[in-house]
Design a protein around this ligand. Structure first.
Ligand code: RIB
Ligand code: CA
Length: 307
């Protein structure tokens, strides 16, 4: 039976590849794409999601959500992904129209309408998901599982010494989600750095697979430079795609159950995921990926792109 996904995204260059992986995988059905401000302002994220959906020949509905975090101003990552979020390579990322309805309401209606059947995959700040939970706390019990690209896991932060961007951008929303009782698995930035970094040869192999391969690689133009110079990687990494791969096939990941919380406020710890690795007197409320089989991830990516 096909896995039913709802994908929440702040669509930029890695989110788009994750969308391609889901939209082109015959084993999953995407019920809806909900969009949140994060990497880029909301209107750009919506256009990027619609462009990517159309490129995949899909008619999946796309809904706009929050244009800002719960309790603070939006701070984007356009310095990482480009002003348009898609590598600033001149794609026609305008003029498309999202479906009627707010993302948070769509999340509630979809999850509550099919209790236990929806896998929620979050690729951006958790502002939409937190808003939905605050409006209808019961979705925490109704969702099948929530796979979250978020947190630094066992590694360093990418937007501060401690924090990963999705949790840093809206730490209050991230705390609402991890404390909601919703069953979740974090796929942190440490998994991306360790298992989803692509050098020139790997990138060329994917690009050679056809038009979708060219799209998936060419939109990494800005982040590739950022990854090399700021993150000291051999090339761009793909945090959202590896999280999507785990959501599509959880068997490719090793996960551990622990108590997980998120630091809020504006100090040095803003957005830091607090994982009780040694289970010091705390009950676990979530899981965190500690390993992902890169070959399995790359197979899911290349099969989607080459199809
Ligand atoms: O820290 C990586 C995350 O932040 C990814 O989801 C990327 O798209 C950005 O949103
Ligand atoms: Ca993202």
């Amino acid at each position: 039976m096909s896995r039913r996904l709802v994908i929440d995204t702040d669509t930029a260059s890695d989110d788009a590849v994750a969308l391609v992986m889901a939209l082109r995988n015959p084993a999953v059905t995407v019920d809806a794409i909900t969009v949140v401000a994060g990497n880029v302002p909301l209107d750009l994220a919506v256009q990027n999601a619609l462009y990517t959906r159309d490129l995949c020949g899909s008619a999946v509905p796309v809904y706009a959500g929050r244009d800002a975090p719960l309790m603070r101003a939006l701070e984007t990552a356009q310095f990482v992904h480009g002003n348009d979020g898609m590598g600033d390579i001149g794609l026609p990322l305008s003029g498309r129209t999202p479906n009627e309805g707010h993302a948070a309401d769509v999340l509630i209606e979809t999850v509550m309408g099919s209790p236990g059947e929806i896998t929620l995959v979050t690729l951006g700040p958790l502002s939409n998901v937190a808003t939905a939970l605050l409006r209808e706390p019961q979705i925490a019990n109704a969702v099948g599982h929530c796979f979250i690209m978020g947190g630094a896991g066992a590694g360093p932060g990418n937007v501060s010494a401690l924090a990963e961007f999705n949790f840093w951008a809206d730490p209050e929303a991230a705390r609402v989600v991890v404390r909601s009782g919703m069953p979740f698995t974090l796929v942190g930035w440490d998994m991306s750095v360790r298992h989803a970094t692509f050098g020139p040869d790997d990138a060329a192999r994917i690009r050679s697979l056809g038009p979708l391969g060219e799209f998936c690689i060419d939109i990494q133009a800005v982040v590739d430079d950022y990854a090399r110079t700021q993150s000291h990687l051999i090339g761009f990494d793909l945090p959202d795609p590896i999280a999507m791969a785990v959501a599509i096939d959880p068997g490719i990941a090793t996960v551990e159950a622990h108590h997980i919380d998120v630091m809020i406020g504006d100090g040095e710890g803003r957005g830091k995921d607090i994982i009780d690795w040694l289970d010091t007197r705390r009950r676990d409320n979530g899981s965190v990926a500690t390993h992902v089989v890169r070959e399995a991830f790359v197979t899911l990516l290349t099969e989607a792109v080459a199809g």
